[in-house]
Design a protein around this ligand. Sequence first.
Ligand code: C2O
Ligand code: CU
Ligand code: CU
Length: 481
Amino acid sequence: MHRRAFLAWGGLTAIGSAFPVSGAAKNVAAASVNTNTTTPSDSYRAINLTTKPGKVNIVGPDFPATDVWGFNGQVPGTAIRLQHGQTLKATVNNALDVPTAVHWHGIRLPNAMDGVAGLTQPAIQPGESFQYEFTPPDAGTYWYHSHVNAYEQVGRGLYGPLIIEEAESPQVDRDLVWMIDDWRLLEDASIRNDFAAGHDVSHAGRIGNVPTVNGRFRDIVKVRTGERIRLRVINASNARNFALSFGELMPTVIAIDGQAIKPYTASDSITIGAAGRVDLIIDMQGEPGSSMAVVDSFYSDAFDLTKFVYEKTPLRHHVLDGPIGLAAATIPEPDLSNAIKQEVVIAGGAMGGLQQAKLDGKWLSLREIAQQGYVWAINDVVGHKPAMPPLIDTKKDTSVILTIRNETAFPHPMHLHGHHMKLLSVDGNALSNPYWVDSPLLMPRQTMEFAFVADNPGEWLFHCHVLEHHAAGLGALVRIA
Ligand code: C2O
Ligand code: CU
Ligand code: CU
């Protein structure tokens, strides 16, 4: 209902002109400079992040600003950029009146810095602070977000980009970050307060009615003919998956979930599941003065997510042709001939056919489980708290082959903390170029096979990043000793 209302408001397409050149991405980059309280040295970068309420003009000047929760009051939160090899020292001050904690999504960091309240640290209470310190081992595109009642806290805006720059990166004219999201807003542009509603939990999650790029609905992105852009797209939605089309521009995909892949030209739309990232190289080849929509078509109603608007004067008259590939990731290669095997079956939800599952070691019917707010299970076990019997319990440096089967009617972006997994096959078909992922999207009835080295000791979450699904049981624990 509301979704249609907002999406149908064609008049809003003009709001972009109210914003500065190149859209909100630039504002974000500028904000990070202002909030760095310590001068970055070569070896580390110190940053202050205060979780607090803020006001963001999501829908545009014709509507009231939206009350959000943001890092430093902004959405997205302060953009953090480090050089590969630099240490991040992040002081998180909680100025909300609820507990929180910060997770650094996709970073292979020490367990104690992972930010999962109740598992890797106590929650940061209102008025308290916590110091995170780690040195990301891999360059790439990551993000950070709240990991306490994430279905509400991320839904209210508690996320930001975390970019680890390569020592040598492709030569581009601009490095843009798009944090894409969707919001469920009422007609007065306030956030609809129905987090973890029963229907969302048992179906596709909290799908919003207002899709945004960097916290703005239908902002425009000014570009110049001949310009080469590195676009880092980060899906910060609670549940929405995107399939983005860039028309005739045919971007080159150079990284997925932060890690380099063998570059390929995307002639089709590019799917980015919730929590997923892609890095693209785009050569802007439209006519000066023209414009072009970036269209999403993951669900049945396609819509314009944003629009490239070309300036009158071209930047150059030819396309840059420098190298665009990234150095391969240095993640340990799993030993497939010497690996333990773990099957993972995802079941439950509406139209999923789950009859019964174990909650706290007791077999219960789906109805009984649902009465306690759970509707999903992994291998017949409802994941209901961070500390529970592990799905995998293994020694450090064991190679693991993980086969995940989605036996439900909904897509699930499955996220493993503290590791990247190599995607080996989809529905039994081996990939010719396996690649690393941390948040692969499994479509209904799909099976994917992964392998990774369990090289990072600790207790790690493995869960669906549809945040409502995680809250309703779609999570498990991986213990590495
Ligand atoms: Cu993006 Cu468990 O997190
Ligand atoms: Cu994570
Ligand atoms: Cu899910």
